[in-house]
Design a protein around this ligand. Sequence first.
Ligand code: GLA
Length: 700
Amino acid sequence: MSEGPSFARLDGERTSAIWMQRNDALECLYLGPRLAEDEDLHALAQASARAGHENQPDVQPTGGLLPDLRTGWRGPLLVGLSESGKTVHPRWAGLTLQEHCEADRIEASWHDQSLGLALSISWSMRAGDIIAAKTNIWNTGERELMLTRCASLLLALPHGVDHVTHFAGRWADDMRAERLAITRAGLGWVSRGGKSGFAGGDWLVFDDARTGACLGFHLAWTGDHEVRIARDEDGQITLLAQVPPDALGFPAFMSPEALFACAKDADALTHAFHVHARACLAQSTSAKVNPERIRKVHFNTWEACGFDFDEARLMRLAEDAANLGVERFVLDDGWFKGRSSDRAGLGDLIADPQRLPRGLGPLTDHVQSLGMDFGLWVEPEMVSPDSDLYRAHPDWCFHEPGQQRPTERGQLVLDLGKREVADHLFECIARLLRDHDIAYLKWDHNRRLFPPGAGLEQVHVLHAIWARLRDQFPDTMIESCASGGGRIDMSLIGLCERVWPSDNNDPIERVRIMREWSRFLPLEALGNHVGPSPNPITGRSTDMDFRAKVALFGHMGVEADPGVMETAERMLLAAHIMLYKQWRQVLHSGAFYRLDHPDPGIFAQLVTDGAKVLALVAQTTFSIDFEAAPVRLKGLDADAPYRVTLPEPWPRKARHRIANPEIWRTGITLSGAALMHHGLALPLTHPETAWLIALERLPQ
Ligand code: GLA
């Protein structure tokens, strides 16, 4: 017998999500800007209802959050099951809704008694009004059921959404955005290889082209995943996100969390994700130890010397770095036993007797005597066939017995599902951290996981190891790197405190990559380095001024060898490091805005903490116009006066085209309204021209 609907609602500061239950069917009735507490939800349900049309089952099929094929539903399913190779369709019954107000969570649960199954869906409201959705399923009966799908989320998107921006890419060309219309052909992305990968689909921005309203989505999972978007014949768009079926364990399966948020525009969506990420970062133990979370300027040895170093060279590099104002010296790949190239040594985490015969101690002491702290590169989930670890434990890596062991970058992957392997890995890192004063670990992951079989456990064990390290060594910060941005997801943020967005330090590429990542992650979590010129990946030569300005918007570091720079270059770099130190408090706590400009070669952005604002405007191409359109700012108080300066050093190519240089040094005063609606005319014709704009809000 059909009963009237009942509801559960979840409210954030600006968002409401409302579920509607009819018998055993559950749908999301509303997802969008917050509704009044006394909104009549029955009336809202009536306003959403339509009688069926000729080409539909006479009784509305059950779709929504847990669709039922039996009722004539033709769209995607949340859950799939089979028994002896045949599909099984559970009869989900007994739906109960719960509102856990104290936990900002709503939960729905069902069972199928004849199959012995129980299932629950929960949505939680998190910081930034990000909703975290997950699905849990239990096989409590005797039947040998196989779980072929258990998605984290199956969501009918609010009407109006008609485009999606996804971010795919490849090594050194991470996060290339592509905005696509959502048609009936549907869209989908699969990422294989045991990491979030460069393939896209785990970060999406849906938008309503008419209103600019956005819905952001992210699957917070550090491994394989699949994301599908379908548009049915009646125009309903659904989003499905899951880890792939072959990774599903039973008798109980808890899906990873899918995160999503509604926002009035793309900037508001970015703010939601940043608030969420900052809340995750603040939970990390090291954030509790160092609540200000100052992001020290790094020097990283990779692009300065690769594998070509000995102790004396590292000592010199450390001195040169300290003279620039660097605060942390990170020794990248090549420091451990036998690691003279990327073909050997992974697994043997002790200092190489040839290159560092006295071990790491003298180097760390020297670094510290120069006033810097010390960081170290590791890639502990991997093993080189040419290593002592592999020779001692050839069975510790993923392999198929009796088959070839295919490598990538000359390496294999340790099977963390084996207890002794995970314990060994943890102990190696813990020993390093106990024996040396290591403030920072750059934790790399440069090989996909194949042959298949790693599944979910590899990810869960990695998370557990990072959580243990974070708790036992709260002074050590971890960075997630996987050939650049190949393993970045929200479930890691807080377990690690920084990610490496790309191996590409060419500023013309980097400014784009950073701009895309910063849609979701705040600048303090995104490493951004000044590389050498010419750039080792693109071969392009660029000005130091441009490289340094681009690197300032992030967690700044240097990979170029100061020893081979000209004095003027070194001075320019040191000046930008000073600027970074002056501004990092604002950059790493403020609100981020992408600034629009008609010239597609111009990348502009600002961060404001309300009182102070810093903008970066970077021209990457040769502009078709000599007189580039003024740069209009955002996020200001229209009525407030602001003192505007252009912090020096100014770009060599363009500084002579600044009219009245003196006023940009002492500053001019303009209202927020003038800055947002009129903007500032800057000389932005040439590639590699970047300007910083500083604002200080004045008393009204
Ligand atoms: C990966 C990283 C680089 C560097 C090298 C070292 O490619 O992304 O930054 O650490 O490994 O081998």
